[in-house]
Every structure is written in C-alpha cells, then in structure tokens.
Design a protein around this ligand. Structure first.
Ligand code: PGA
Length: 255
C-alpha cells in the first residue's frame, strides 16, 4: 500500500512574528485547493499558538521545530511535548542537523526526545538523520545512516498505529541550493527502509514509518522527486518561506 504523501515547511528562525502570521494566512489561502496528502508548517515556538488559530479548519497542520524530553519541571527555556500539544501541534521535528551542529544535540539526546514524544498521544515525531560532507566524501554515508537510526530508535516500543517520520537530510545539501540526485536519495531511502526492517520487522517498518527527503528542494527540482519509490514526502526549508514557491512544491508532491 502506498502511503499518503507529506510535505513539511520548516520556517526555522527566518521570520519576524508579524511575517510568520502573515505567511500563515497566505499559505492558508494559497494551499486550500490541495486536497490530497498532508501539509505541515513548523513556525518558531512563540508563534505556534497564533499560527494554530490562523490555520484552524484548514488543510494545514502545525508542527514545532524542537522539543524537550521531560514532562515538567525546572528546565529553564525548554518546551515539553505536552505544551506543544496544548499549543496545537500535531508534529515535531526532532534532531534537526542545525541543532546537532549549533546546540550539540547528539543521538542519545535525540533518542530521549523521541521517547518523550512517543509517550504523548497525537504528536508525530519527524526524526532527522543524514551524513555530513566529510562522511559523504569518504563513502561512509550508508554506515552513518544505519548508525544514526540504531542510536535514535534502538529499544523504542512502537504501539498501535503510532507514526514516525524519518527525514533524510544530507547536511551538505541543506541550504546549499543543490539538492541530492533523486536516484541517490532513492538509494539512501532504501538503506533506511532496510534498517527499519532490521530493527522493527517488516510490518512496523512499512505501516508505522514514512521516509521523507530534505535539502534544497524548490519549485523547480521538486518534480524529479515526485514519483520516486520510497520517498513519502519532503521537508522544505528555504523554499517554504515563500507561499508561491511552497505551493509549487506541495502541488507537485501531493498527488
Ligand atoms: P533547505 O532546508 O530546504 O533550505 O535546504 C531543509 C531543512 O533544513 O529542513
């Protein structure tokens, strides 16, 4: 069975509060005609509740860009999975490469965050993996992906129809303007799928996981990613802060 496709906008820390709310309104109008698949927008923390209000009743869901692993307590500056649900989030990005780079998040932390998110009903994690330039140059990509998946997911219990999205984002492709070759993404996604099968078995790997690609996707190159086996969707950064460009991406992939 082929999964419903998903397209996720990661607005990072690129917009002011006013720009964020304005873009949410534009996206709501522009994307309303897209009836298939799932569209998610991940704005900054402080606009989550307002963006959720704007998008209520639309075909767009709201996600957060990060989460903490504890439920409650003295953790200054952190946001729990429960708070995200209260703010209207259905999705949350876990372990984005920019957090791995600037905040030194490692896969031990990502594993803890993932466990905390899976404890909460109705919150779907988007777990980021991907090799850096050096790992790519030295042909270690496959090993890195397998290792990151084992560290993030090993020992995790998946119950019922809980969904987990794995975002394959080669670090060298993020924000570079140069996306991966679609055939290379297809190959990497196959490695990811096989690893999930090794960890969880065929049924859970197929039913509970989606594998999406992220890294310099835009309105021009999206078409070559639209029909690729094993690519269940896209995570879009730069091209997602322009309503017209994101519409092109979403339209091409959600069919
Ligand atoms: P990009 O970002 O589309 O600007 O490369 C993708 C991401 O970081 O999720």
């Amino acid at each position: 069975m082929r999964k419903d496709k998903i397209v996720i906008a990661n607005w990072k820390m690129k917009l002011t509060l006013a720009e964020t709310l304005n873009l949410a309104k534009n996206m709501k109008a522009k994307l309303s005609e897209l009836k298939k698949g799932t569209i998610v927008i991940c704005p900054n923390f402080i606009s989550l509740a307002d963006v959720n209000k704007i998008l209520k009743g639309s075909n767009i869901r709201v996600g957060a860009q990060n989460v903490f692993w504890e439920e409650k307590g003295a953790y200054t500056g952190e946001i729990s999975p429960d708070l995200l649900v209260e703010a209207g989030c259905d999705y949350v990005i876990v372990g984005h490469s920019e957090r791995r780079k600037y905040l030194l998040e490692n896969y031990e932390i990502i594993h803890q965050k993932l466990k905390a998110v899976l404890n909460i009903d109705g919150l779907t994690p988007i777990v980021c993996i991907g090799e850096n330039t050096d790992e790519r140059k030295t042909d270690r990509r496959d090993f890195v992906l397998v290792d990151q998946l084992h560290q993030a997911l090993g020992g995790i219990d998946i119950v019922g129809d809980q969904q987990i999205i794995i975002a394959y984002e080669p670090i060298w492709a993020i924000g570079s303007g140069i996306a991966i070759e679609p055939s290379e993404a297809e190959y990497a996604h196959k490695i990811i799928k096989l690893t999930l099968k090794d960890i969880f078995g065929l049924q859970i790997a197929s039913n509970n996981f989606s594998i999406i690609y992220g890294g310099s996707i835009d309105g021009n190159n999206v078409k070559s990613f639209a029909d690729i086996e094993n690519i269940d969707g896209l995570l879009v950064g730069g091209a997602s802060i322009d309503a017209n460009e994101f519409y092109k991406v979403a339209k091409a992939i959600l069919k």
